[in-house]
Design a protein around this ligand. Structure first.
Ligand code: ZN
Length: 421
């Protein structure tokens, strides 16, 4: 059955958030087809609204890069290629239970124009200035709404979901890292980025969050990481209650957590966590840390991130070989210094392709979002297909599920973006 969303369907979709490349809308209508779904719509930059579509999704070099993934190279649209990339490349690597590739649904131009009009006042003004709904698209991506528990079933009990954008969880150790950039062996990219944002007054407080804590495997450090994310959520931490955001920012960074925000959050949690006054937030953070430890999702994500084992300073040489260009990095170096990269340049084409492919896959894993969804277990409920976690302090048991959204609804790395950073 071919479904096309038309102008009068637009009212059923409400603004959920956005990243650099996409808008995310959630469904409030009553069609069983869409209950429990979110929609991802591509954005177009304001300055050149009339963009020229490339007839084929992938360039010749991109097709070469992904030549072993038949489904990907035969796709004729960038948006569809993105979904196929998740389906056929990321999903097998991250584990199918953690990844949802979504499906495409056709939309009319009037639908997109109507959505654009409806949501404009909810979007952060700076986002509106930069981009709008790309009304030239003829399809959107439909995905399970990971912030609600049961899909297609409205009668489920309340649930709380946590979205974390964990970022890169290891320090690079490639021998190709130069003396000038050796700092990245000691300090995470996240922390350096924080220092830059502070310097540029994009943020007022540097986040205490350290991705190395979150990926450490130690329960105490994971707990610390979650607490730090709560204190300075920026665009790395959000909490939803039955699909509606109750903590963190939509579409951009959130302000630091002051007393008022913390109090309001604590109050909302009271109906969900049976802790003494003032302890609900702490209990929730404990719950998240326990579930993250139990699910194994972080280990899996870290493995995939670590496919980047030569760093951009190594991958860039393989990139120039694939595109048959003169290496711009080696050109700037003396003969002696360039020797370090001879092994990369003398590699076979297949080996160069592998290096760049792994680099791009890892980049996607470094920029993806993680969704944890919790629902209190009703008395006597058992035999659930979901994992459970027990909260000692409140004697409550929660069902939970973890999803890995490699579509990075709030991120920007996409398939085959064969462009070195
Ligand atoms: Zn080179």
């Amino acid at each position: 059955m071919e479904v096309i969303l038309r102008e009068n369907d637009a009212a059923d979709w409400v603004y959920r958030g956005e990243g650099a490349a996409n808008l995310v809308l959630s469904y409030i209508g009553s069609s069983p087809l869409f209950i429990g779904k979110v929609m991802r719509i591509r954005k177009a930059p304001r300055s050149d609204v009339v963009t020229v579509r490339s007839p084929s999704a992938l360039t010749a070099h991109e097709r070469l890069l992904w030549k072993d993934v038949d489904e990907l190279i035969s796709s004729s649209d960038k948006e569809i290629a993105g979904r196929l990339f998740v389906q056929h490349v990321m999903k097998p690597l991250l584990g199918s239970k953690f990844v949802d590739a979504g499906m495409h649904v056709l939309v009319s131009t009037e639908f997109l124009e109507s959505v654009e009009k409806d949501i404009i006042c909810q979007r952060p003004p700076w986002r509106v200035d930069n981009a709008q709904v790309d009304t030239q698209c003829d399809s959107v991506l439909l995905m399970s709404d990971h912030s609600v528990f049961s899909h297609g079933n409205l009668e489920c009990s309340s649930c709380i979901s946590i979205e974390i954008k964990p970022k890169c969880g290891f320090l690079p150790n490639s021998r190709f890292i130069s003396k000038e950039t050796t700092i990245k062996r000691r300090i995470t990219r996240f922390e350096m980025h924080q220092a830059l944002k502070l310097h540029e007054e994009e943020i007022s407080l540097q986040s205490e969050y350290n991705p190395l804590d979150l990926f450490s495997g130690s329960k105490e450090r994971i707990h610390k990481a979650i607490k730090d994310l709560f204190t300075t959520p920026q665009n790395n931490f959000r909490v939803f209650f039955d699909g509606s955001i109750i903590f963190g920012g939509l579409g951009g960074g959130a302000e630091d957590t002051n007393f008022g925000i913390a109090k309001a959050f604590e109050d909302v949690l009271k109906s969900f966590i049976q802790a003494n006054d003032g302890l609900c937030t702490e209990s929730l953070l404990t719950l998240v840390a326990e579930a993250l430890t139990k699910s194994g999702v972080l280990n899996q994500l870290l493995e995939v991130q670590k496919l980047d084992n030569v760093d951009i300073e190594g991958a860039i040489h393989a990139y120039y070989d694939i595109t048959s260009q003169q290496c711009m990095v080696c050109r700037e170096l003396g003969e002696e210094q360039a020797k370090k990269y001879t092994s990369l340049h003398s590699a076979s084409l297949n080996e160069s392709l592998r290096v760049v492919r792994d680099y791009l896959i890892a980049a996607t894993a470094k920029d993806c979002s993680l969704m944890m969804c919790f629902r209190p277990r009703k008395d006597g409920g058992s035999g659930s297909e979901h994992n459970t976690v027990y909260l000692e302090s409140t004697k409550q048991t929660f069902d939970f599920k973890a999803d890995n959204s490699s579509h990075e609804p709030f991120g920007s790395v996409s398939v085959g973006r064969l462009v070195p950073a």
